[in-house]
Design a protein around this ligand. Structure first.
Ligand code: IMP
Ligand code: MG
Length: 332
């Protein structure tokens, strides 16, 4: 493991939360660093309970894991405090001094702006908050009293952990197709979402990363407006068992079949060393809850093998159900 970056390959909601919680439970994590902001919700099913995490890193399920929020992240203070309480991680979570703050006023501006509305933003205010940061008028974590007990230097902690050979995970949010640089502009979020950007937000140089794990879902979904190649109707999605609603906003997710072309692009730009494919059970019946590759139906195996041959990258983790442990682990 030592330093692994987890990045989304499509439009977010690929199941990064599930994959991260599996790695935390199975390998043990020493440090888990969350990037991005409150617009992204990572769903983790753990001990029979569902968590939709907008701020707390998914590695919280390992009770020894140090949890950090990166300098490049945007912190929503009320949501942070609420999730810290829900997950009981107050003694082991830290926020970088220089993380910026997203406020109610940003959300109000996000919702009132006709242009942003037209893009179908989440309404959390991340675009306006980043605008302020770029203008250099944003508040930083060190300026906000409720965050005082949590302040730390995240890049220093993270690099020290890497130096001492600890298991470090850099948790990306959203997916490559929502990247400000590589997605279908303007139907994107306000930041780059690629593996390099995740490292940059955390303050970890590219030479320090051992693994880039790109997460795909066995079909694609997106919320908000903008292109979705091969999109199917809501009725069709319901029939296929692909219909989802957003963990963060409750909106309907649009869906489409897996795109090998987009997957190849996500692998190249992220520099993926390994892939995870989640929700295989939603596309190939008979996979649910399976824990070994050999148990899978032939069509499901053929799909995984095609993902590997088209991307020239091994699929090391395969999701077969919602729980963190519903997963086939093919790593050596
Ligand atoms: P914003 O990030 O709220 O500005 O929204 C810009 C676009 O990114 C919209 O299409 C949102 O639906 C999408 N988006 C932002 N965060 C997420 C996420 O975590 N999952 C899926 N879509 C997201
Ligand atoms: Mg999500």
């Amino acid at each position: 493991m030592p330093c692994t970056v987890v990045a989304g390959g499509f439009w977010g909601d690929e199941g990064k939360g599930k994959v991260i919680s599996y790695l935390a439970l199975n390998n043990g994590l020493d440090v888990c660093v969350r990037t991005g902001s409150v617009n992204a919700a990572h769903t983790v099913w753990f001990e029979g309970r569902r968590y939709a995490l907008h701020m707390v890193p998914g590695g919280f399920v390992d009770k020894k894991c140090r949890l950090l929020i990166a300098a490049g992240a945007n912190v929503h203070v009320v949501q942070f405090v609420k999730e810290v309480e829900e997950t009981g991680v107050g003694k082991r979570i830290g926020v970088d001094n220089q993380a910026s703050i997203i406020e109610d006023e940003h959300s109000a501006r996000d919702k009132a702006d006709q242009h942003l509305k037209g893009l179908g933003t989440t309404g959390w205010g991340v675009g306006p908050a980043i605008e302020e940061r770029v203008k250099r008028t944003a508040k930083l974590a060190k300026d906000v009293p409720p965050l005082r007990p949590y302040l730390t230097d995240v890049s220093a902690e993270t690099n020290q952990a890497i130096d001492s050979g600890k298991n470090v995970l850099l948790e990306g949010t959203q997916g490559l197709m929502l990247s400000l640089f590589f997605g279908a502009y303007p139907y994107v979020t306000g930041r780059d979402t690629s593996a390099s950007a995740i490292c940059s937000e955390a303050g970890v140089g590219p030479s320090r990363v051992d693994n880039v794990l790109v997460v795909f879902k066995a079909f694609a979904t997106r919320v908000g407006t903008g292109p979705l190649p091969g999109e199917i109707s809501k009725e069709e999605a319901i029939e296929r068992g692909w219909f989802e609603t957003a963990a963060g906003t409750g909106r309907d997710r649009r869906s489409a079949p897996f795109s090998f072309e987009l997957a190849r692009r996500a692998v190249v730009i992220n520099g993926a060393t390994q892939l995870a494919v989640t929700k295989l059970d939603c596309v190939f019946p008979g996979c649910k809850g399976m824990k070994t590759y050999d148990q899978l139906p032939t069509a499901a195996k053929r799909f995984i093998e095609r993902v590997e041959s088209e991307t020239k990258t091994p699929v090391s983790l395969v999701g077969t159900g919602p729980d963190a442990l519903d997963l086939i682990d093919r790593r050596e």
